[in-house]
Design a protein around this ligand. Structure first.
Ligand code: AMP
Ligand code: GLY
Length: 425
């Protein structure tokens, strides 16, 4: 088979790596890819939003299956464009990707179908939002309705902060039209868990759990980032939690989408908060998580191409999804200064140590090939070093060891990914 992957981050590198292990696959293309993906796939310089170019390429190269990685193209209808051209593609159509593309849509869906989530109100005008805030309980959470690069959520401790937040989202348009409408939500406390799942329109199969560290600094301090590291499984995702979510959240979401005429095929990423009143949905994503994928796929036993095909064909019931009884930790190596100002273009050394390893991975995100040999930094999050181990403690030790194999100017990482999580830690 010939496969095309759309995207160019650490998530897509992990997907490309997993696909490369499938005996069904002869050739992988990735658009646009990155320097790490280029070791496994032929990278093609195409914009992730240029569906015409992608479809033309897929036709010309006789691609058998295309995987859409990021949220933006999914929400904008990438899958519909491929399907309209009669091409096989993995991911939700535009109508179903709305599960991630609109927070008010997903909140209304959960309310209508009784799926546990935080209480909320939706506002289309800053005046009504501000008047609601006068009597609302603090802290409170404001969310831009549309996609905002994962940054459209504001946790406000005081009324003043919340008023400022409404102004910046709705009047100053900090995230453009994503803030034309906002969701104002009850603040919840508890452990967060990420659960990725495969969905074939009718049924859902859950992958192993993971958790990411979103803040830039140790001890979950500093600014929010795209993710500084992950671990899998989450010890907080107990059998009891799993049972509750299977009963009230996972299949209920897939059924709700079907009932709304928005049959979902692809990945649903359930962002959960384990509150003292039980698990609640924080958010849905309609795609693999980044950097959750970098710890989940190295633990997956199945041929992922078979699972993708089962989702498209509606035969996921025939797949026995299995994960290794081990653990994985991913430590993101970032450019000092991220998520604010940072410099790019520094040579990265030490990557050859990962060649031929099956327990250590360097999943590239912001990297680029300069000339034919030199890999240089090209983003805030440069790469994610993943290692597996028998348990979290061993995986963490291995990941931090391997993180030292890699050098580049201004390299920065958190030192506490997965630390203090399990009793052995
Ligand atoms: P989201 O993009 O909706 O996942 O929100 C980003 C982050 O904001 C989440 O991972 C949580 O840490 C936090 N968050 C979102 N909604 C709430 C909430 N209702 N209560 C507390 N924290 C929240
Ligand atoms: N790691 C969170 C996300 O992919 O949205």
């Amino acid at each position: 088979m010939k496969i095309l992957i759309i995207g160019g981050g650490g998530r897509e590198h992990a997907i490309a790596w997993k696909i490369s292990g499938s005996p069904k696959v002869d050739k992988i293309y990735c658009a646009p890819g990155n320097a790490g993906i280029a070791e496994l796939a032929e990278c093609v310089d195409m914009n992730v939003m240029d569906f015409d170019a992608q479809v033309a390429f897929a036709r010309e190269k006789e691609i058998d299956l295309t995987i859409i990685g990021p949220d933006d193209p999914l929400v904008a209808g990438a899958v519909d464009a491929f399907e309209a051209a009669g091409l096989r593609v993995f991911g939700p159509r535009k109508s179903a990707a709305l599960l991630e593309g609109s927070k008010s849509f997903s909140k209304d869906l959960m309310k209508k179908y009784g799926i546990p989530t935080a209480a909320y109100e939706v506002f289309d005008s800053p005046e009504t939002a501000l008047s609601y805030l006068k009597t609302a309980k603090m802290p409170i959470v404001l969310k831009a309705d549309g996609l905002a690069l994962g940054k459209g959520v504001l946790i406000c401790n005081t009324r003043k902060e919340a008023e400022k937040g409404v102004k910046s989202l709705m009047l100053d348009k900090q995230f453009g039209s994503a803030g034309d409408r906002i969701v104002v939500e009850e603040f919840m406390t508890g452990r967060e868990v990420s659960v990725l799942s495969f969905v074939d329109g009718k049924i859902v199969k859950i992958m192993t759990s993971a958790q990411d560290h979103k803040r830039a600094k140790d001890g979950d301090q500093g600014l929010n980032t795209g993710g500084m590291g992950t671990f899998s499984p989450s010890p907080f995702y107990t059998e009891e939690v799993d049972k509750f979510c299977k009963q009230y959240i996972y299949q209920a979401t897939v059924d709700a989408m079907k009932a709304e005429g928005r049959e979902f095929k692809g990945i649903i990423f359930f962002g959960l908060m384990l509150t003292e009143n039980g698990p609640r949905v924080l958010e849905y994503n309609a795609r693999f998580g980044d950097p959750e994928t970098q710890v989940v796929l190295p633990r997956m036993k199945n041929d992922i191409v078979e699972v993708f095909e089962a989702c498209i064909d509606g035969t996921l019931d025939q797949i026995d999804l299995q994960f290794e009884d081990n653990a994985a930790v991913c430590v993101v190596l970032a450019s000092e200064g991220y998520p604010e100002k940072y410099e790019k273009g520094y040579p990265i050394t030490g990557l050859e140590a990962f060649k031929g390893q099956d327990s250590y991975f360097a999943f590239h995100a912001g990297s680029k090939l300069e000339g034919s040999k030199t890999v240089v930094t090209n983003g805030g999050r440069v790469l994610g070093v993943t290692a597996v181990g028998r348990d979290l403690k061993e995986a963490r030790k291995n990941a931090y060891e391997a993180a030292e194999w890699v050098s580049f100017e201004n390299k920065y990482m958190r030192r506490d990914i997965g630390k203090g999580i399990d009793e052995t830690g």
